[in-house]
Design a binder for this molecule. Sequence first.
Ligand SMILES: [Zn+2]
Ligand SMILES: [Zn+2]
Length: 304
Amino acid sequence: MTTLLEPGQIPQATGDAPSVLAPDANDVFAHRARRFAQLAEGHPLGDYLRFMGRLAEAQQHALDAMPAMPLPDDAAKSQSRQHGMPLVPAQSWPRVAAWRSALRAILTEVAPPASAAAASTIHSLQALDDAALEALAGRVLRTELYGEQADKLPFVAAALQVCWTRLAAQLGTEVQPLEEKGVCPCCGALPAVSVIGASAELPGLRYLHCALCNTEWHMTRAQCTACDAGESAVAYQHIEGDKGLVQAETCDVCKAYLKLIRRDKDAAADPVADDLATLALDILVDESGFSRSGPNLLLVPGGG
Ligand SMILES: [Zn+2]
Ligand SMILES: [Zn+2]
């Protein structure tokens, strides 16, 4: 049911394209909301995708309302650069209370017509105190997405994404590429997916898309994003009939895979929305013995 595609079908772009792309705070989640709505039409998971679209819309509203965040000072920035560390590391950067306000606003906005299960999750989240919410945030930022209360984590992650997207947008071009390509140069989180043709000006270039802060950073194509194995180790699979818009880049060395979103084939594609709309591809690749190397923080493991 799968087709193997030759790597490097599009020549590597060269020149002085930026190595790091900051998120567009004015539109990143609004774009995602529009894409979820589009993908929901005629999709077997249509109700779920429509709900995720409302969540993305609420994220944009929370981001619009979020105040400017404290940033690292010059000394802290140069120390991070010296040690090849991200500027605002997700696991250690002090979280401001504003993320909890964002969470409460998001929960209020998506609450009314959610499914019974989601309504009960939202209700129990609204009853938690600050300490309990901070504990859940810690789990999301350490990518501990399984176990008790896993149903609450996508909502917590949605608010943390807003907070770190604000940080990434404020830092802008101050974020420099790291030698370690497997983690986000802004926040140190893992990539959710990679994207080809991340913007119309950058056709053919591959960028990794941060699961937390929506920063994108350049990485050579046809190379495993988890272990750096080269072209001979990677292969591409996609679901027959979907025109190859979303592919899984699998690695024979470390048996990991990460999805590749071909924005060059459809400029409306979104890293998070197109990922969640193609869970059938994850199932297919999992069954062939590959494990996904980066998370989609909005996915409830084993749920949906
Ligand atoms: Zn990041
Ligand atoms: Zn690998």
